[in-house]
Design a protein around this ligand. Structure first.
Ligand code: Q46
Ligand code: ZN
Ligand code: ZN
Length: 317
């Protein structure tokens, strides 16, 4: 297979685009496409400050690398969840994020140490909530809150995540399977800021296949953690990815069309009817906007854990 631009050996063949490119022209193409996506969806401008949510995995590190090379003012945030099932997942993924940041002294990496800040790791919180094997909803809640807090306190205009097309197509597949219309309304490459403390959220890699971001990290020599979080095993999103991968194998371009045609349909107003924006108020404890009647879900979680602790102390007395 030959590169379409220069005729040398291709490093990747993207069947859905009928495009093969070499190790020089593929990263160039990925940068150009990212820039196009940022502009098409008005994600951010060169004057704005971007905070990249970095997990130590390939997508988020590739995204950070691309934004730096495109000249954006992109800092990173790493959330240390304290996950250690014997493999030291959090420690190893943090090392990758820190090592990447060390190569780029012009950008800053904020590290949020969840066990250090709140006294408990994600698995410990999940254990206390009687969900030792399913910590993902608690983890997602805590990560969202902390990323938003860092974006707000650091004066960032936008929070960027490394979700790729495989992630977005799998989410869409799950949302369609269960006709979760509210989630379909919400699923977008850009979620606007609410003006009261919720940062704008963007996904500049939403049109790239996972194998493309993997190829980019390989060509660029970016060192990332290859392991998935140990709790990702058995997640429905992985089952949906496997189903879509089979469909893609049989008909190249299936995932891309599934996702991009959804975005086009949304632009025509599909799912807009009946949309009611939830009323948000600042949480009395942390100040982040919430639709909950009192404390936000994050503060309520910690309050319930504290109450549980004190009632256990009373029982012991
Ligand atoms: S980090 Fe957290 Fe994920 Fe691990 S515990 Fe679940 S949500 S799988 S992206
Ligand atoms: Zn080439
Ligand atoms: Zn709160």
């Amino acid at each position: 297979m030959r590169c379409r631009k220069c005729g040398s050996t291709a490093a990747i063949n993207m069947r859905q685009h009928r495009l093969a490119l070499c190790a020089v022209h593929f990263p160039e193409w990925l940068l150009e496409q990212t820039q196009r996506i940022i502009q098409k969806y008005r994600m951010f401008t060169p004057d704005e400050r971007v905070l990249v949510a970095v997990s130590g995995g390939k997508d988020s590190l590739a995204l950070w690398d691309v934004l730096i090379r495109l000249g954006y003012r992109a800092d990173g945030v790493y959330i240390d969840l304290g996950i250690d099932d014997g493999s030291g997942y959090s420690a190893r993924s943090k090392d990758k994020a820190v090592a990447f940041a060390a190569l780029h002294p012009e950008v800053h990496l904020t590290i949020v140490d969840i066990p250090g800040l709140y006294g408990e790791s994600i698995p410990q919180v999940a254990q206390r909530r009687r969900r030792p094997h399913r910590p993902c909803s608690i983890c997602g809640l805590i990560k969202r809150h902390e990323m938003n807090r860092v974006a707000f306190e650091g004066g960032y205009d936008v929070l960027a995540t490394g979700h790729n097309l495989d992630d977005e197509a799998a989410t869409l597949f799950g949302n369609v399977l269960h006709w979760q219309v509210d989630y379909l309304r919400h699923q977008s490459p850009v979620l606007p800021a609410d003006g009261q403390g919720l940062a704008r959220k963007v996904k500049p890699f939403c049109r790239f296949y996972e194998r493309e971001t993997a190829a980019y990290t390989l060509i660029r020599g970016i060192d990332y953690i290859e392991d998935e979080c140990p709790y990702a095993v058995g997640a429905t999103s992985l089952a949906h990815k496997a189903t879509l991968a089979q469909m893609e194998h049989d008909a190249p371009g299936t995932k891309m069309h599934f996702y991009t045609n959804f975005l086009k349909a949304k632009e025509t107003g599909l799912f807009a009817a009946g949309e009611i924006a939830p009323e948000l108020r600042p949480c009395p404890h942390c100040g982040q906007p919430t639709s909950a009647p009192d404390l936000c879900n994050f503060c309520r979680l910690w309050e319930e854990l504290l109450t549980e602790e004190s009632s256990m102390d009373i029982e012991r007395i």
